[in-house]
Design a binder for this molecule. Sequence first.
Ligand code: ARG
Length: 592
Amino acid sequence: MSSSILDTLVSIFTVAIAGAFPNVPFMKAAVNPTSPKQEKFGDYQCNSSMQIAGILKDAGEKIAPRDVAKKIVDNIPSNDLIKESTIAGPGFINVFICQKYMVNRIGELNNVGVQYDKSKSQGRKVVVDYSSPNIAKEMHVGHLRSTIIGDSIANLFEAYGYNVERINHVGDWGTQFGMLIAHLIDLFPDYDKNVPRISDLQKFYKESKKRFDDDEEFKKRAYENVVKLQSHEPAIHKAWQAICEVSRIEFQKVYDRLQIKGLKEVGESFYQDKMNAVVDQLKKRNLLEFDDGRYIMWAPGIEIPLTVVKTGGGYTYDTSDLAALNYRVHDVKGDILIYVTDMGQELHFRQVFAAASKAGFYDAAKTRIEHAGFGVVLGEDKKKFKTRSGETVRLVDLLDEGVKRANEQLLERGRQEELNEQEMKDAADAVAYGCIKYADLKSNRKNDYVFSFDQMLDIRGNTAAYLLYQLTRIRSVNRKVEGKITEEEIKKVAASGAFDLADPREFKLAKTILRFHEILTQAQRDLLIHPICEWMYELSNAFSQFYDKCYIIEKKDGKEEIKVGRLILASATASVMEAAFKILGIKTLHKI
Ligand code: ARG
């Protein structure tokens, strides 16, 4: 099973439509899974008939949608997926999936694990810009969201074989560095020998700002530093590097804990020279307009212009993103560029994409460029997430709190009886970080979201805590048959497809398992992760219902019978659930 049932059905019905109506311009069939309430009418539904009847009517040919449906059904090419197609209502085609097909796919999952269709990704590169905190400033919950969402989007594309570049576009450039450097030189004259021990960068930032506002001489030095930094004067450049290093160490603490790997820092400073070239190009193409001392650029369809060069010659956030986009398309050779930031930057990215397209930096037909925006993080009081005293919450403190609570939960459940000290620690970390990630990912990223430890750790809700426990439960099914059947014997049954899905709960579970690629393909299309979480929860519920009623060992005439198909279903459930956790960036454990 490397591609989705839905995709296969779309292909089958597309062929059927083309065969039935050769005169109708090519169209992709519209197929959807049926909702749980309508499952008795079919597993999937094709509803292209109405549209085709409409097209034919416009062309002067009158045909009822039901008759269209009938013709489509008559033209379905031979396949091993569809058991039956029936016509309902005004012309819906209800599709029942063949049990044998599902048995084979489930068996395959048991024997070879989850496979990904890599036919569309070969040689294609995806650049995901995420996390991207600012040097010398606190990494805040917004950056946490970006890190979690971005990492998961990157994992998703990577699983399907794309060459993924994870870019940390840190804010490491700008005039604020003038004052930070001046303050650093005063406080840590040996900054070029030892990493300055700035324990609180936020405080350091505030102190420099205060001096900058109050002290004229300091302000002058700050301005001079900006010029010196831009002309790469070694001492000043070193001071800048020292400040970046302090921040980097702080960021890394968060990344280590959340297991964020492969994120490459290519900050704003990297585009310094590239911005000159970009501005030259824009000027040459007459795309810049001189406006009251600065250069602006109008992007098609957007009322607010980009500021490309400030009064006095400096560049802006717009300029650096134009240069970054150009670089990612032409030098990195990205086929898909994704930017994960808060929704507050939506206009900025719309401007940058539209301006870059106008300037010919990319061709929208060849390169997919998208802003994956997310809403703000709110506290439980529905106000912006802050500490009680109104400060930005430090991420390390937040993570500590999560681990503390997860540990308390484990103790409450008496897990210390079974887990040793190290296992307890691993479990608390996995539950805490898993819950923080899952809570973020399960809500539609476009909406604001309420950060609540109580909710995210609730083992009865749709949380990572619940799903992680559920996964260990699923994995432990095998223990019931220990010594009674070998792995080899199970594999044989799986390979030959010698089991059925006769119980409706078995059938439902199998069907849910096999939606895996459908859900993941849609997630790639929409850059939305929450449907994956919804599906995981559905899967978990389907498993519970199955497990409650469908016994692994059945007693028949006083004899024990092992239902191998059920073992296989459980293992397939665990495989897809684990694969989904991996994409969400959530670590699973054998013992929890
Ligand atoms: N540093 C920015 C911030 O903290 C995010 C940068 C996002 N990436 C980009 N290419 N603009 O808001």
